[in-house]
Design a protein around this ligand. Structure first.
Ligand SMILES: [Fe+2]
Ligand SMILES: [Fe+2]
Length: 220
């Protein structure tokens, strides 16, 4: 998948998210992070879809898989964050988090919400993309639990994409810094102009009162 432009393009639309990057610090199974798990599910789902030769929405499949476990907590430490028991509730939590950050297609939302079927009995996958992720998620979970996986965080990401994202990030930081400096400069210029105007007003007031004093002296 490292050289699959379609996969890399879809991944790049979510990879820059701070919260998605945070999932690199949460463990999914064994020593695999939630991030690596989602990336593997995305890559294997796409591989399977291509192998089957079926018609599918590639971008939704990859993005939905990338976000299917976007629940953003360590489920080994917390089994219930208020939405219900992790196994049953995390698809809903993940979709709630994903909606806040991304513009999701109906397929992407379905992939996230239904991936735990048949555990979540009534949440039957609606699209073929959701079925693919639902099946591949279980396959990857088994690989990871029995330490049979051969992937880590960036096994499926082209190094060029990571480089490009780093460059974007650096450019964004530079831009933010530039904006801050510009704001400071504008504020400083405004303060200087106000001070100058105040001084001119003071001078004028002084001149007027001087002239008035002269006028009074002449009259008396
Ligand atoms: Fe899950
Ligand atoms: Fe999963």
């Amino acid at each position: 998948m490292k050289n699959n432009p379609e996969f890399q393009k879809a991944v790049s639309t979510v990879l820059d998210s701070k919260n998605l990057q945070l999932t690199r610090t949460f463990t999914q199974h064994g020593d695999v992070s939630v991030f690596a798990h989602c990336m593997a599910v995305a890559a294997y789902s796409k591989k399977l879809a291509d192998k089957l030769g079926i018609k599918y929405d590639s971008e939704s499949l990859v993005r939905g898989a990338m976000l299917h476990d976007f629940f953003l907590y360590d489920w080994h430490e917390t089994s219930n964050i208020g939405d219900g028991l992790h196994g049953f509730a995390h698809p809903y939590t993940a979709s709630k988090n994903a909606i806040k950050e991304f513009d999701l297609s109906p397929r992407e939302l379905d992939i996230i919400r239904k991936h735990m079927w048949p555990l979540t009995l009534t949440k039957l996958p609606k699209y073929r993309e959701s079925w693919l992720v639902c099946v591949v998620d279980k396959y990857c979970s088994i690989l990871e639990t029995f330490k049979l996986n051969s992937y880590n965080d960036y096994s499926f990401v082209n190094p060029m994409l990571i480089k490009k994202l780093e460059q974007h990030k650096a450019a964004r930081i530079r831009l933010e810094k530039g904006k801050e400096e510009l704001k400071k400069r504008v504020a400083h210029e405004r303060r200087t102009a106000e001070k100058r105007a105040e001084m001119q007003n003071e001078k004028r007031r002084h001149e007027i009162s001087g002239r008035y004093e002269q006028y009074k002296a002449r009259k008396s």
